[in-house]
Design a protein around this ligand. Structure first.
Ligand SMILES: [Zn+2]
Ligand SMILES: [Zn+2]
Length: 341
């Protein structure tokens, strides 16, 4: 039996016909947490995440480049000054714009691969009053570059400043190379853990209605939807960086954390399972795990990196049973409360 095959035909979701495209079989989770241990599957999972051209490896490469070439040294960040603070803002804005802009251009403007591996049949919304500026793409660009980048930048200013002044524990690669490597590898896991709980909290009907609904305007997601969030949601979402105020970190850890947190959602919200630049060539893009969250809401709050959803009973594995469960959960949550928008 393979990792992902359905073991029973009755699990096939009759609603599958509503997807334009969906990956076959169960939605996979990180095999690290399976018992008994399966070293070959774990190796394939991590090789897939770090060694191939994926959103994780791209985030890591940008972090190294930004740190080595553009980030001012910590000594320059001892006091709040315009120069380094502006550079930090640009280091958020430029990669976000280039990656989301390029992916959006290829998939939705040039329509470079047509409908190949696109999850939803519809195009992104225009002339729709649900969205700021009545346009989904402009709405998403505003909430990303206006709101998310601003909040993220302000938090980063504080952390770099605290690191520069020795107010928080920092490490160097020369003195603690093993710790530096281990902590780097754990950052995606920390990010997933933090995201699961913050995200579940945001699905509380009160917070959902006024805050998280901005992100969920996008049932049919695109690259700019990734961190298209309300101000309050961004204020919560980016508290993930505060771990560097406690856990001994190097500025490169923060840089990787930043790009992991900010650029991988561009890919996971691409709306297409794969990017196909040429016939016969393709790279993983969209994340069906999270795409299911955008359609059924009360499931898959975390990421596939740590299976919190399985442990806490909110995992949608792509089957009909999971769809039924998610609907029931939503009904229970809103039984005595206002309906979600
Ligand atoms: Zn959500
Ligand atoms: Zn999302």
């Amino acid at each position: 039996m393979s990792d992902t095959a359905f073991d029973d035909d009755t699990l096939t979701d009759p609603e599958d016909a509503k997807w334009h495209h969906r990956p076959q079989g169960r939605v996979p989770l990180n095999p690290l947490f399976r018992w008994p241990p399966r070293p070959a599957a774990i190796w394939r999972w991590y090789r897939g995440a770090w060694l191939q051209i994926t959103s994780v490896s791209i985030a890591f490469l940008i972090a190294v480049l930004a740190y080595a070439v553009f980030l001012p040294p910590l000594e320059a960040m001892v006091t709040f000054q315009f120069g380094w603070m502006f550079t930090v803002w640009l280091l958020n804005m430029v990669p976000q714009t280039v990656i989301a802009g390029t992916l959006h251009w290829w998939l939705y403007m040039r329509k470079g691969q047509g409908m190949a591996t696109k999850f939803e049949a519809r195009d992104l919304a225009r002339d729709n009053a649900l969205f700021t500026f009545r346009n989904q793409v402009w709405d998403n660009i505003w909430w990303t570059l206006g709101s998310a980048m601003t909040v993220a930048t302000v938090y980063q200013w504080g952390i770099f400043w605290a690191m520069a002044n020795g107010y928080v524990p920092t490490v160097t690669w020369a003195s603690s190379p093993v710790w530096c490597l281990i902590w780097m590898a754990f950052i995606p896991m920390w990010s997933g853990l933090h995201f699961y709980w913050v995200h579940r909290l945001e699905h509380h009907p009160k917070l959902y209605r006024h805050v998280h609904a901005v992100h969920h305007r996008n049932i049919n997601v695109g690259p700019w939807s990734g961190i298209s969030n309300h101000w309050y949601e961004n204020a919560l979402y980016f508290t993930t960086y505060f771990i560097h105020l406690i856990v001994p970190s190097h500025p490169l850890h923060l840089m990787f954390h930043i790009y992991f947190q900010q650029t991988t959602p561009i890919f996971s919200h691409a709306g297409f399972e794969r990017i196909i630049p040429n016939e016969g060539q393709s790279a993983k893009a969209g994340d069906f795990f999270h795409q299911l969250h955008h359609r059924y809401f009360e499931c898959n709050y975390g990421t596939s990196e740590i299976p919190f959803d399985r442990w806490f009973g909110t995992y949608h594995d792509g089957t009909a049973v999971s769809t039924k469960d998610a609907r029931q959960r939503k009904k229970n949550m809103y039984r005595t409360k206002a309906k979600p928008q």
